[in-house]
Design a protein around this ligand. Structure first.
Ligand SMILES: *[C@@H]1O[C@H](CO)[C@@H](O)[C@H](O)[C@H]1NC(C)=O
Ligand SMILES: *[C@@H]1O[C@H](CO)[C@@H](O)[C@H](O)[C@H]1NC(C)=O
Ligand SMILES: *[C@@H]1O[C@H](CO)[C@@H](O)[C@H](O)[C@H]1NC(C)=O
Length: 320
C-alpha cells in the first residue's frame, strides 16, 4: 500500500519534470517541417523552417546547404546529393530574446553491399543432435542502430539480432545462430535477412536484403516406428521394413525360414512360411531392427476346432 503511494508520488514528480522540460524545449519559436528526416546516402533532402514570432533574422547552419541570415519567413535547408554521414543542420532565429536554434535530426542510411550465410568451421552433412553455428555477414550498412538481422528456417522466423552501436558511417556486422538439427531438419533451408527499420519517416516498407539459402543435410540413423509387427498372411501382404534414414540404409533379413540373408527392404509373404522374421536396417549412423511375426490365416479357427472336439468328447462320454 505504502509502496503504491510512493510509486504514485514518484510518477507525479516525473510527469511534472517531463512537462517542464517539454515546455522548455518549445521555447525556441521555430517550426521545422518535417521535424526529422531519413535520407538515402547520396539522396536529396529539403526541410522548411518557419518562425512563429516576428524576428530580426534567421538562417540554417549546416556543413552543406547552409542558408545565411535573412529576414524571410520561410527558409529551406536543401541538399541534392547528401554525402556527409554526420551532418547536423540547425535552424536559428534572432528576436527580442537571445538567439536560439532547433536541431534537425538527420538519419542517413545505406543498404548493405552484400548479405551472406555460411556454416562456421564445418562442411558437409550435419550429425543429428550435434550443435552447429551459422553465420550471417552483412557488409557495409548504415546506421547499424536501425539494423535487424532476421534468421529464417524456410518461411519461419527463428531468431533476430539487433545492434546498439550508434556509429553513423557504414560498418560490417555478423550475427550468429546456434542450431541442433534433428532428422526433421534434413533438407531445411536456412537464410538470413538484413532489415533497416528506419521508422515512420523512413522508406516503407523498410529496405531488406536476403542472403542466399543454406541447405542443411542431416545424417540420422534408421528408427522404426514400432519394433514388432504381426502380419496375417494373405496373398497380397508384404513385410515392409523400409525406414527413413540418411544416408539411405541397407537391409538384412534373418529368420530360421530363410536359407540366406536377403538385402531388399520388402519381403513378399506369398513365398514365406509362418514364423518370425527379423529385419535390420543399417547406415553409417547406426542400425535398428524390427521383428515381423507372420501368422497364417488357417491358425485362427484352431480354438473352435478344440471346442467342437471337446464337446464331441463330452457327448461320447455321456452316451457311454
Ligand atoms: C529488434 O528491433 C525491432 C525493431 O525495432 C523490434 O521490433 C524487435 O522486437 C527487436 N528484437 C529484439 C530481439 O530485441
Ligand atoms: C514400403 O513402405 C514404404 C514407406 O512406408 C513405402 O513407400 C513403400 O511403397 C512400401 N513398399 C511396399 C512394397 O509396400
Ligand atoms: C529377432 O531379434 C530378437 C531380438 O534381437 C531375438 O530375440 C529373436 O530371437 C530374433 N529372431 C530371429 C528369428 O532371428
Amino acid at each position: 500500500m505504502l509502496q503504491h503511494f510512493f510509486g504514485l508520488f514518484y510518477l507525479l514528480a516525473v510527469s511534472q519534470l517531463l512537462s517542464f522540460t517539454g515546455s522548455h524545449a518549445d521555447e525556441c519559436p521555430l517550426q521545422l517541417n518535417p521535424q526529422r528526416v531519413v535520407v538515402k546516402y547520396g539522396g536529396s533532402v529539403s526541410v522548411d523552417c518557419s518562425p512563429s514570432v516576428p524576428h530580426k533574422g534567421m538562417g540554417w547552419e549546416a556543413s552543406e546547404g547552409a542558408v545565411s541570415m535573412t529576414r524571410d519567413n520561410l527558409i529551406t535547408w536543401r541538399v541534392s546529393e547528401l554525402r556527409e554521414w554526420d551532418i547536423q543542420p540547425s535552424c536559428y532565429i534572432n528576436y527580442n530574446k537571445p538567439q536560439c536554434s532547433v536541431n534537425l535530426p538527420v538519419t542517413i542510411y545505406k543498404t548493405p553491399d552484400s548479405v551472406s550465410i555460411s556454416t562456421v568451421n564445418h562442411n558437409g552433412p550435419m550429425m543429428e543432435r550435434n550443435q552447429y553455428e551459422l553465420q550471417c555477414d552483412v557488409l557495409n550498412v548504415a546506421p547499424v542502430q536501425y539494423l535487424t538481422v532476421n534468421w529464417y528456417k524456410g518461411q519461419t522466423l527463428v531468431d533476430q539480432t539487433n545492434f546498439t552501436d550508434t556509429i553513423k558511417t557504414p560498418v560490417s556486422k555478423t550475427s550468429k545462430l546456434l542450431i541442433r538439427p534433428d532428422r526433421a531438419d534434413d533438407g531445411a533451408q536456412y537464410w538470413c535477412e538484413a532489415k533497416l527499420e528506419l521508422g515512420e519517416e523512413g522508406p516503407q516498407p523498410p529496405p531488406t536484403a536476403p542472403s542466399e539459402t543454406l541447405n542443411v543435410e542431416v545424417y540420422y540413423k534408421p528408427k522404426h516406428s514400432s519394433s514388432t509387427e504381426t502380419i496375417i498372411k494373405t496373398k497380397e501382404v508384404s513385410l515392409n521394413c523400409t525406414v527413413k534414414a540418411n544416408p539411405a540404409p541397407t537391409y538384412s533379413w534373418q529368420s530360421e525360414h530363410l536359407r540366406e540373408t536377403i538385402s531388399s527392404s520388402v519381403l513378399l509373404t506369398s513365398t514365406l512360411s509362418s514364423g518370425t522374421y527379423n529385419c535390420t536396417a543399417t547406415n553409417s549412423q547406426g542400425s535398428d531392427f524390427k521383428e515381423f511375426i507372420l501368422k497364417s490365416t488357417g491358425s485362427r479357427p484352431t480354438f473352435w476346432n478344440v471346442l467342437i472336439f471337446s464337446q464331441l468328447l463330452v457327448a461320447s462320454i455321456i452316451v457311454t
